[in-house]
Design a protein around this ligand. Structure first.
Ligand SMILES: *Cc1c(COP(=O)(O)O)cnc(C)c1O
Length: 491
């Protein structure tokens, strides 16, 4: 058929869309590791467009050029596959989004899509804000959302300060997330979504995902899950009924620690009481093309490729690090200076059996080493010192191999005291709700040999027997941020 002008581009777009759909379908037939390694970057794409490069290219470019006005018009009207401008899209982001959509959708027949963001917090903001809009049928109605109290410190701040305090959007806190009746008692006609973090950071809260998803849907609400701690290698909430998953890609997915990034993964045709058919049909794509275009919380192509590169090995790392963490947890559990260990992998953990229904090493049944489904619980754990805040700091100060940093998911072991770091801003009462006492140390175990990590913890705990620790004198560079004005922000 002879085509001219805009039609010419629309025809080419149809062919490209079909070709990409077919390739995604092919990849869906592969096992998790194959998808994680190749994602949606194909040989055909490499040879036709990227000089045969076997790794995804980084398009360090703000914008895309067009052949003529027709192509530009079609592109900006989103009628052809295009990336226009890197705030909206970019080929390198596209490869990251493609692989994350497939991994979080793995093992289910649900269709998923993904948008990458500049951080995990931006992912949470992007995932929840579209539901916190004025209802034209009842514009004066107050809005609320129901979310677990045990959430990451940054999420606690976003929900309590940026939503509840700044915008009068009520955060109804679920304090006992295993109690379905408590979830249900908080829902009313002004509720916009249910939200949970599982396992939670740092205290490993966990709930029955399928039951909470069914409850959300009974009320016509979406269930949003922060699945950062598990990663898709151990848990894929969409398979169990969740509508939207948020990931702080910064953490275990991009384990090397080169940069901050996040992602929102959604199921097609999600449930919501908001009257917006386009949003519901394909939430992540809608978010990308409209709200996030306007708000601009996009990822950079460099961070996207760094994340992409680490994601290839997520399954084997989560397996290895989970096994090491189990060893460390078992060691700590029998230590005389330790009051309590929170790790879902321990049989003594109250939520062990519930977590065991959900947290499996993906594809372990196809693995020669295992040949059956095996439970894995991730590499985040926490423990309480038998002692006060001061003694907790003493033990913390004595680590020589484990880094003191407010970070997790790293290939290197990292520890923090949540009460003075990640969960400092929410105050005593907020910490009580989130179960963060002053004697709690959070540990995230890397890929070092676990014997060396246990040795380091062992010598650190010896401080409680009277061993002295030397602290080095600081020399600060001027590069950091510090502000006295922020000190009283919670006043
Ligand atoms: C770190 C973290 C976040 C926030 O992610 P950033 O990438 O740091 O913005 C959100 N949720 C959980 C569970 C986290 O651990």
């Amino acid at each position: 058929m002879e085509t001219t002008g805009m039609d010419h581009y629309l025809e080419a777009a149809k062919r490209a869309a079909q070709w990409h759909r077919d390739y995604r379908e092919q990849m869906k037939q592969c096992r998790f590791d194959t998808i994680a390694t190749h994602g949606i970057y194909s040989m055909q794409e490499a040879l036709d467009f990227n000089q045969g490069s076997i790794v995804e290219p980084v398009y360090m470019s703000t914008s895309q050029a067009y052949r003529d006005a027709d192509e530009m018009e079609a592109a900006l009207g989103y009628r052809i596959p295009t990336w226009c401008y890197s705030r909206i899209a970019n080929p390198t982001m596209y490869y990251l989004e493609g692989v994350l959509a497939l991994l979080d959708g793995y093992g289910s027949d649900v269709e998923t899509s993904c948008i990458a963001t500049s951080s995990g917090m931006a992912a949470i903001q992007s995932a929840v804000d579209p539901f916190l809009v004025v209802d034209p049928r009842n514009p004066k109605a107050p809005m609320n959302f129901v979310a677990t109290a045990q959430v990451y410190g940054g999420t606690y701040q976003q929900f309590s300060m940026r939503k509840h305090h700044d915008r009068d959007v009520e955060w109804r806190k679920v304090c006992h997330s295993t109690d379905l009746a408590e979830w249900e008692s908080l829902i009313d006609e002004n509720t916009r979504f249910l939200y949970g973090e599982m396992p939670s950071n740092p205290c490993q809260a966990f709930f029955d995902l399928e039951k909470v998803a069914a409850l959300a849907h009974k009320y016509g609400l979406p269930l949003i899950i922060d699945s950062t701690v598990a990663t898709p290698a151990l848990l894929r909430p969409i398979e169990h009924g969740a509508d939207i998953v948020v990931q702080s890609v910064t953490k275990s997915l991009a384990t090397s620690g080169f940069g901050i990034s996040g992602a929102v993964i959604s199921r097609k045709n999600l449930v919501s009481n908001i009257d917006n058919p386009e949003m519901k049909a394909d939430f992540a794509t809608w978010l990308k093309l409209l709200p996030n275009r306007d708000n601009g919380p996009n990822i950079s192509p460099m961070n996207a490729v760094l994340a992409l590169n680490d994601i290839r090995t997520i399954r084997m790392r989560m397996d290895h690090m989970s096994r090491s963490t189990m060893k460390v947890a078992q060691y700590l559990e029998q230590h005389r200076h330790v009051e309590k260990v929170d790790y879902l992998g321990l049989e003594t953990d109250a939520l062990h059996s519930l977590a065991s229904d959900y947290m499996y090493l993906v594809d372990s049944e196809y693995d020669d080493q295992y040949g059956t489904k095996v439970n894995r619980y991730g590499h985040l754990m926490s423990f309480n010192i038998k002692g006060d805040a001061k003694q907790t700091r003493d033990v913390f100060n004595a680590f020589t191999r484990i880094w003191r940093a407010t970070d997790l998911g790293r290939i290197k072991s990292v520890a923090t005291i949540p009460a003075i770091s990640t969960h400092a801003q929410q105050g005593e009462e907020g910490r009580k709700l989130a179960c963060i006492p002053a004697n709690l140390i959070r540990l995230c175990i890397g890929v070092e040999h676990p014997d060396d990590i246990i040795k380091d913890i062992d010598q650190a705990l010896a401080v409680l027997d009277g061993r002295k620790v030397k602290v080095t004198t600081p020399e600060y560079s001027a590069g950091g941020a510090s502000s006295a004005t922020l000190r009283n922000r919670q006043a």
